[in-house]
Design a protein around this ligand. Sequence first.
Ligand code: AMP
Length: 364
Amino acid sequence: MIVGVLGAGQLARMIALAGYPLGVDFIFLDPSADACANSLGEHLQGDYNDPRLLAQLAERADVVTYEFENVPADVAEFLASHTQVHPAPKALAVAQDRLIEKAFFRDISIPTAAYAPIDSFESLEKAMSTIGWPAILKSCTMGYDGKGQSLLKSVDDLEPAWEQLAGAAGVVEAFVTFNREVSIIAARNVSGAVVFYPLSENIHRGGILRVASSCNQDPMQQQAEAYISCLMEALDYVGVLALELFEVDGKLIANEFAPRVHNSGHWTIEGAETSQFENHLRAILDLPLGTTTAVGKTAMVNFIGGLPATEELLVIANVHLHLYDKAPRKGRKVAHATVRAETTEQLDLLVKQLTTLADQVDDS
Ligand code: AMP
């Protein structure tokens, strides 16, 4: 069985590492000569919309998937008309545009923060009278890890925020004073079977995920499962799906979804019976889905912009280190480490050790 992947970054790399024990081979399409999954399969090097490479990918792969959601819509449509593509292009189209995504959430009765479309400075001024302060102005497309976002605390912030948008379509949304951020990850196979992972509790700084921890028997699990079930049904979804949520006083508000394996689910490699990467492959190949039961208490820490010495990390008890084979660069995720423990107290201590090391090299 050959799986084609658009993108050959760390997510593609971890999908491939999960696929080899199942006898799956990989072809990656990625413009970069040194993309970090290249060595784990055949690499088609070129643009995502190169017709020759897309034709090769469609012909050779039994099924095509993506490691990122900003695949051009016509590329996904082209591939889908020639081979199996999971998740279907519709999920990408919705996830690519924050405005379409929020309207989609509302249509299927998943609550979001109050929001308004922005296409001029006047529309921004006007929207603030209904949205209220503070708020966040985000570009509708191409925003991830907090990119293209401005916090609006007072009228003085409007002008620079509008300029930062540089004419792109925007959305302004109410700042949510959340108790915590969580995400739920689920997998649905071609036959319609669904599994849910235990919630992940996520800590972001500067819009980038820093720490994600598994939450066994979380009181918000049921509500999160209900929301992600609605989303998967409405999108006729196949593959792993991640839904990011804010918890506010015992209620969940959707932030965004990712139609792919997700950074907040990296802990599932060691912390769940079946990882999100393996379940993504099982889902798109229509194999039975693996159990998602948590194995102890688990947390993952990202290394961003730089890496501590390997020896400093491996000396930590029970650590599982995942180096992405990427050259360190400002704000770039280059590795993560996962730790598991019997008790929350033990886990907190291990996370503290890891975050101290991560912060020493973090330049973001
Ligand atoms: P996003 O790119 O939309 O996922 O935003 C990145 C991070 O910024 C989120 O995980 C939150 O920590 C923060 N953030 C985004 N939108 C809001 C909001 N409306 N209210 C409060 N924090 C937010």
